[in-house]
Design a protein around this ligand. Sequence first.
Ligand SMILES: Cc1cc2nc3c(=O)[nH]c(=O)nc-3n(C[C@H](O)[C@H](O)[C@H](O)COP(=O)(O)OP(=O)(O)OC[C@H]3O[C@@H](n4cnc5c(N)ncnc54)[C@H](O)[C@@H]3O)c2cc1C
Length: 340
Amino acid sequence: MPVINENGTPQESAAPQGHIYDMIIVGGGPGGYTAALYAARAGLDAVVLERMAAGGQMALTEQVDNYPGFDEGVDGFTLGEKMRRGAERFGVPTRMEEVTSLALAGPVKRVETGGGPLLGRTVVLSTGATPRKLELPGEEELAGQGVHYCAACDGMFYRGKTVAVVGGGNSAAADALLLSRVCAKVYLIHRRDSLRAERAYHAPLMAADNVEFCWNSVVAELIHGEGFQGLRLRDVNTGAERTVDCAGVFVSIGRKPASGLAEGQLALDRSGYITADESTRTEIPGVYAVGDVRTKALRQIVTAAADGAVVSGGEPEFEACERTAGSLREFAEKFAEGTV
Ligand SMILES: Cc1cc2nc3c(=O)[nH]c(=O)nc-3n(C[C@H](O)[C@H](O)[C@H](O)COP(=O)(O)OP(=O)(O)OC[C@H]3O[C@@H](n4cnc5c(N)ncnc54)[C@H](O)[C@@H]3O)c2cc1C
């Protein structure tokens, strides 16, 4: 089946069967495209596989103000397209295909896609993560327009205003603290009677005189008409309801990493993120985890991009790949013959 580009034209660069890429990058967000750019500039033969649109989560946001180099900010979709074109300029194509499974062991990795299998000496997993939603009516339409999932990204839009944060873990606590420095007032809404967040967050939050805790409370409704207007909260013990007037709400109830492809092959942490450190290496040689999908403290465009830059700096792995190039060629021939 031919691979079709986003604009509906057939893709010219579908690799011949048995071709072994130096690097197959799964996911075309900022992590994946930075890995692609650095790989190409290191002389590696790479390809990006993306199932939806270049830019990943970033493409969903209208205004990115914290990625350096854009003095007036930039919309996330444009930035994603720029990243895709930047990788293409150095010869890395994007194939719009969903990866359905991976066989990561051994010197040649096999990547199954809707358009057929691909082989690579290395695989970069940059599949990202998605914020968990409240799953309430209106949430989708209000996303970015009153309902937000990242205080570091969108908090500045609410300077001097009243906002709410939903959640009780470390990210909710960190978001509430950050917003308390920018906003007039912050409601912290949590379904339990104490925070799950590490103790380090407790004292500064309790000390902030513009943070009001709404314990044992869940959001029952996103009040909206002509735009977002506030929240209706329900007490989980008594069922009593109250409304909270606020200009925006930051939902900080966790993220869901897109790490399903790695399950059973790579170690995942308690929350399902791939356990790779700053080197981005995983326990399987030649397999890297980049950006939001790996265990890390801060999930942002700039940190995903930083991960992508690190991958092809793992020189020993790429030299080791060179040394096994003979056996890889043999494997490729057998693959083309259909004997493996
Ligand atoms: C609404 C919103 C606003 C944000 N605003 C900002 C901001 O202003 N500033 C900031 O720094 N950060 C912001 N972030 C966070 C930032 O977008 C992420 O941290 C960053 O995009 C992570 O990059 P990534 O490359 O790791 O993954 P992602 O951007 O998530 O990209 C992963 C890509 O992998 C693809 N993929 C997944 N599985 C497969 C598969 N099986 N086959 C093929 N492709 C696959 C996905 O389609 C996706 O395109 C925002 C996030 C959201 C949700």
